[in-house]
Ligand binder design. Structure first.
Ligand code: KG4
Ligand code: ZN
Length: 360
């Protein structure tokens, strides 16, 4: 089956072509620079950028895959959750393509797709190129493939700027959400504490970079809900504690080493909670495999600590490739194809987006 998938739920416009479990192309146009000026994603601007970029991004994916639109067997798009106007762009465009080609269309839950991105193997490093209209495209997952032969029941950690959740994936397409954040997401905590330090949005990657040269034990910050028996998270208290710490020690930010120590200490608090709760959930549910995806999974401290903890426990760890941690259409396409291979009743072509679609 050859399938075109579109993803426009937040601030990445992405198109992928998937064929029989292989990612033939995955093109991403990121809006990070646009939103950085405003310190966060501006929904109206995001939607306009998707409108501007979707067709070139989809054309680039089809060209890279060497697949003319007429050869597509199916079309998929993210249906939710996400920013309503952003979702509408990709979802309605994908339905229109399916209608024009007379092919099946399926809407995909963005978080469910994240559960399967760690199973996409052999991803080539991303390359960026700039075209005439100033569009930065990162294309790099060509010939990645879904390694479902290696699938094991797992605990999946999804950590991004908008979500933090722990999901038990019992078998393919069969999952159960165990817990999530009751306030801020982990990425939001990185971004907001970074803002307090004067770092540009999104601050996560910069905190990660500075933390490399810092001492994670320099300053003690709370580990919220670490000893709580649930699989829920809470990061707003940690953010507040960083706010008060900076208020009481403003001179610290004038010192490069102390700024690195602060970044390392904040990162250590976030990472410890994420890792310990994920491992505990795996033990409690008797699974021996942990997976992780979402933008925060790019964090080197998180990747390292998850690897250490899984090694100690004898667990298999599958981290999404960095290219596929952040939002991408490859994971949408891989899941869509998997679903279409099952006996599935296709929804009507005028079905609507589901901005508040909660994974259960
Ligand atoms: O998945 P994503 O691209 O978008 C959504 O939020 O859906 O995730 C973006 C989030 C931002 O909060 C960003 O700061 C965080 O992921 N992030 C990181 C790193 N790279 C991205 N956080 C910590 N360390 C990183 N290296
Ligand atoms: Zn995402």
């Amino acid at each position: 089956m050859t399938l075109l998938a579109l993803e426009t739920s937040c601030d990445e416009t992405s198109a992928a072509v998937v064929r029989d479990g292989k990612v033939l192309a995955n093109t991403v146009s990121s809006q990070i620079q646009l939103h950085a000026e405003y310190g966060g994603v501006v929904p109206e601007l995001a939607a306009r950028e998707h409108l501007r970029n979707l067709i070139p991004v989809a054309q680039a994916a089809l060209a890279e895959a060497g697949v003319p639109a007429g050869q597509l067997d199916a079309v998929a798009a993210t249906q939710g959750p996400g920013l309503p106007n952003a979702l509408l762009v990709g979802f309605k465009a994908a339905q229109a393509v399916a209608f024009a080609l007379g092919k099946p269309f399926i809407g995909i839950n963005h978080h469910e797709a994240h559960l399967y991105s760690p199973w996409i193997s052999n991803v080539r490093p991303a390359s960026c190129r700039q075209n005439a209209s100033d569009l930065v495209l990162a294309a790099g997952t060509t010939f990645g493939f879904a390694d479902f032969a290696a699938f094991q029941p797992n605990i999946s950690l999804i950590v991004s700027g908008g979500h933090t959740m722990i999901v038990l994936v019992k078998s393919e397409l069969n999952h159960w959400v165990l817990g999530g954040t009751i306030d801020d997401a982990a990425g939001e905590c990185f971004d907001k504490t970074g803002k307090l330090m004067g770092l540009a949005y999104p601050a996560g990657p910069e905190i990660d970079r500075l933390a490399e040269q810092g001492n994670p034990a320099a300053f003690a910050f709370p580990r919220p809900l670490l000893h709580d028996s649930s699989d829920d998270f809470s990061f707003s208290g940690l953010k507040t504690s960083v706010r008060y710490f900076i208020r009481d020690h403003p001179e610290l930010l004038d010192d490069a080493q102390q700024t690195c120590d602060l970044c390392a200490s904040v990162q250590a608090a976030i990472v410890e909670v994420l890792v310990k709760k994920t491992i505990r959930a795996a033990r409690r549910n008797g699974v021996r495999c942990v997976t992780a995806s979402g933008g925060v999974t790019c964090n080197r401290g998180l990747r390292q600590e998850l690897a250490r903890a899984c090694e100690r426990e004898g667990f298999t760890l599958r981290l999404a490739d960095r290219v596929l941690c952040t939002d991408n259409a490859a994971m949408i396409g891989i899941l869509a194809e998997r679903k279409l291979l099952q006996p599935v009743t296709l929804p009507p072509l005028d079905e609507d987006i589901k901005p508040g679609w909660v994974l259960t």
